[in-house]
Design a binder for this molecule. Structure first.
Ligand code: FPP
Length: 244
């Protein structure tokens, strides 16, 4: 069953509000074609653009992707610098077009570890995003799930010591210290590339997410694969620990 009706309107009951994706398989995609790994990242960045547009068009409210982890700095220097270059290019294009398209964008992660140029771009996208409502793309950059939880715990401890927080901390209250503050938890987590693990991604937020794994490599991931993931998501019985 299509997730858009003929008038092109989305069916809110069938489209997840928040989709998270671990971008995986760029290197293997390139290797299969005798290309350098960095060529896979360039196509992967293009795939992100296509999937983000598709998500917006079918009525997803939030798309969060894992673009660069706190562990990815261990990769060869040339590969890291290509990924950073692609991110700068993408953020610059986003800054130039998000006002026109009324798209919101947020970078989640340890921003202090990023270059001053990237940090400046992140502030700019934050500032533009504040003016709009509607679809939001989140890019996890220098991000680690455990690092995020630690970072939140330290911020809470600081507030507590300063008398700005008391000892009645709730899950919701703790969530407001995370990089993802204000963003609803993902409903569907997709991992292309054949691996079936969470790799330190959104550990707190994915407590009740449905997981979908596929062997398709990220650069080959298209709207058809996303539709398939949503179809599988719709066949799941979400009980949140309760019974039906
Ligand atoms: C994982 O594939 C991919 C990455 C670590 C980098 C993803 C980054 C981009 C696509 C660049 C820019 C992103 C955006 C959102 C504009 P891998 O290298 O681990 O692949 P492999 O498992 O096949 O080696």
């Amino acid at each position: 069953m299509p997730i858009n009706n003929q008038a092109g309107e989305r069916d809110k009951t069938r489209v997840p509000r928040h989709i998270a994706i671990i971008l995986d398989g760029n290197g293997r995609w390139a290797k299969k074609r005798g290309l350098p790994r960095t060529a896979g990242h360039a196509v992967g960045a293009e795939t992100f653009r296509k999937i983000a547009t598709y998500c917006r068009d079918i009525g997803v409210d939030y798309l969060t992707v894992y673009a660069f982890s706190t562990e990815n700095w261990k990769r060869p220097e040339g590969e890291v610098s290509t990924i950073m270059k692609l991110l700068r290019k993408y953020l610059q294009e986003a800054i130039d077009t998000m006002e026109r398209d009324h798209i919101r964008m947020k970078v989640l992660g340890e921003l202090e570890g990023l270059s001053p140029e990237l940090r400046e771009m992140v502030s700019r996208t934050d500032e533009i995003s504040q003016r709009y409502a509607g679809f939001q793309a989140n890019i996890c950059l220098n991000y680690g799930g455990r690092d995020e939880i630690l970072h939140a715990a330290r911020r809470y401890a600081k507030d507590y010591a300063a008398g700005k927080a008391d000892d009645s901390l709730t899950e919701e209250g703790f969530g407001s210290y995370l990089y993802s503050a204000g963003i609803p938890d993902p409903d569907l987590l997709i991992r292309p590339g054949g691996e079936q693990r969470i790799s330190n991604f959104l550990l707190w937020q994915c407590a009740y997410a449905e997981f979908y794994f596929t062997d398709v490599l990220w650069p080959d991931f298209g709207p058809k694969e996303l539709d398939r993931a949503i179809e599988v998501f719709n066949s799941r019985d979400r009980r949140y620990g309760g019974v039906k």
